[in-house]
Design a protein around this ligand. Structure first.
Ligand SMILES: [Mg+2]
Length: 386
């Protein structure tokens, strides 16, 4: 099996694309998780690339696991965000090599996916949000939509007094016949979360996301046990051992791994598999139109326990100016409330050369001064079988 000879990154503050090149000339494109992408690119070249270069590209999950072990003193978000760049580039390379979309490599197929219109806004009045979601669902055919309640990590202090109590009836009445989801972004205490959850149930909302501090699994479990509505969560969690515990204790009814926060497709497949064994659906988190939503589409087309819908951000350039012109063509065209995974190989997109032209470029090359002395020593030791 051919090995990895070169890793190039192209970044600005928000996005970092990764180009992986193998010894035989095969190429794949991936992306690290968005935001602080300049920091993530530095982590990528210091802590990911040295362990990956010279390694076989055939078993992506094994390579990811190897890097996690080599960098075991640095668990957590940035290691995972950077690893996602390597993992997603190697999956793209595998797809391009096979002439298949990534979804076909993991048991799925090209085709349509039901999406929900995901609002990211809280600084919008309940009336304006109800009107906006109704219009967007009407125009684009969405049959499900998510709105925001509470305040992000708000400790029971609402975005402004009474907003939560007002937005729940306003949106659910405006969206009669459309499935509704609500996201609290860790906004509530257990007591307040249960109170709001009952309000959501009474208004027919079907999905209640991150009701309490996401890192407090026991508090999340308490809310899940107290309510009928499906409690969903897990988007921030990048630690596989914690994922196992979260699923074993059934802290949520619906798991929501984020392909990029979790280190890539390989780790997300593990979490989705554990959830399937526990009988839990997987509705991944995908909050912007960088590569994460496309990777999530390929994943969902393959999961036996895929949730009811794909998260699809409805926010435009004013909220996400950095999303502009990342790709050639539009992988995110919506038809009748659905998105489509194409038959094109890999992730099925090309990064826009004009965007790459404007980005900061770095390269780590096998055999050149790629990585730390520690990495070289470790790799030499492994190669000798010591
Ligand atoms: Mg969320």
């Amino acid at each position: 099996m051919t090995s990895l000879s070169r890793l190039d990154t192209f970044h600005n503050e928000f996005v970092c694309f990764v180009k992986a090149t193998a010894e035989d000339g095969a190429v794949g494109w991936g992306q690290t998780s968005s935001y602080n992408a300049d920091i993530t690119a530095a982590v990528f070249h210091r802590q990911i690339a040295p362990w990956a270069l010279g390694q076989p590209v055939g078993d992506i999950a094994a390579l990811v696991n190897r890097i996690e072990r080599a960098e075991h003193k640095y668990p957590g978000s940035y290691r995972s965000r950077a690893l996602a760049g390597l993992d997603t580039a190697l999956w793209d390379m595998a797809g391009r090599r096979a002439g298949l979309p990534v979804t076909a490599l993991i048991g799925g197929s090209a085709g349509a996916l039901r999406a929900y219109a995901s609002s990211m806004l809280r600084d919008i009045t309940p009336e304006a949000e109800a009107e906006r979601l109704k219009r967007i669902c009407g125009e684009q055919g969405f049959t499900a939509a998510k709105f925001r309640i509470g305040a992000e990590c708000g400790q029971d202090v609402d975005q402004w007094p009474g907003r939560t109590e007002a937005v729940i009836p306003a949106v659910t009445q405006a969206l009669a016949g459309i499935d509704t989801l609500a996201d609290a972004n860790s906004g509530f205490s257990v007591a307040r979360a249960v109170q709001v959850g009952r309000m959501l149930q009474d208004h027919g909302v079907g999905h209640y996301e991150e009701p309490v501090a996401w890192w407090d699994l026991e508090a999340t479990q308490a809310v899940t046990q107290a309510l009928e509505i499906d409690v969903a969560g897990g988007e921030q969690e990048c630690d596989l051992a914690t994922w196992k515990r979260l699923i074993a204790m059934r802290a949520v009814d619906v798991v929501q791994p984020d392909v990029m926060y979790l280190g890539g497709l390989s780790n997300t497949l593990k979490v989705a598999g554990w959830a399937a064994q526990a009988g839990l659906p997987c509705t991944p988190h995908a909050a912007n139109l960088g590569l994460v939503t496309l990777c999530t589409m390929h994943l969902m087309r393959a999961l036996p326990n895929a949730g009811k819908y794909l998260e699809f951000s409805i926010e435009g350039d004013d909220y996400y100016p950095w999303q502009r012109e990342l790709f050639l063509g539009d992988p995110y065209a919506v038809t009748d409330g659905q998105l489509h995974v194409s038959e094109a190989p890999g992730w099925g997109v090309e990064v826009n050369p004009a965007w790459l032209e404007r980005a900061e470029h770095r390269a780590s090359v096998f055999g050149e001064d790629a990585g730390s002395d520690y990495a070289r020593l470790y790799n030499a030791t492994i190669a000798k079988g010591l």
